[in-house]
Design a protein around this ligand. Sequence first.
Ligand SMILES: [Zn+2]
Length: 86
Amino acid sequence: MLTTEKIYCQLCLARNPSGEEYCSRCGMRLMLISRPAALRFEEEELAARDEYLLARLSVLESRVEALSKEVARLRAELSALLTKRS
Ligand SMILES: [Zn+2]
């Protein structure tokens, strides 16, 4: 399990194979801290959520546009009715 894991340098965050003792990029002594899987997952989730929100936003925008057209149409209808009654 551990052999396939990568170690992230705590200084420069470079990814190093778990067998290495020193960071291949900055030479910092590597501690056995791998970047938490939860954090990576969170980043991916955030990106996915951003995409989702953008998609949702454009749906909402087109809905608002349709609604404002509908409101304009109803207002015109209403004022037509009101002028007919008076
Ligand atoms: Zn480093």
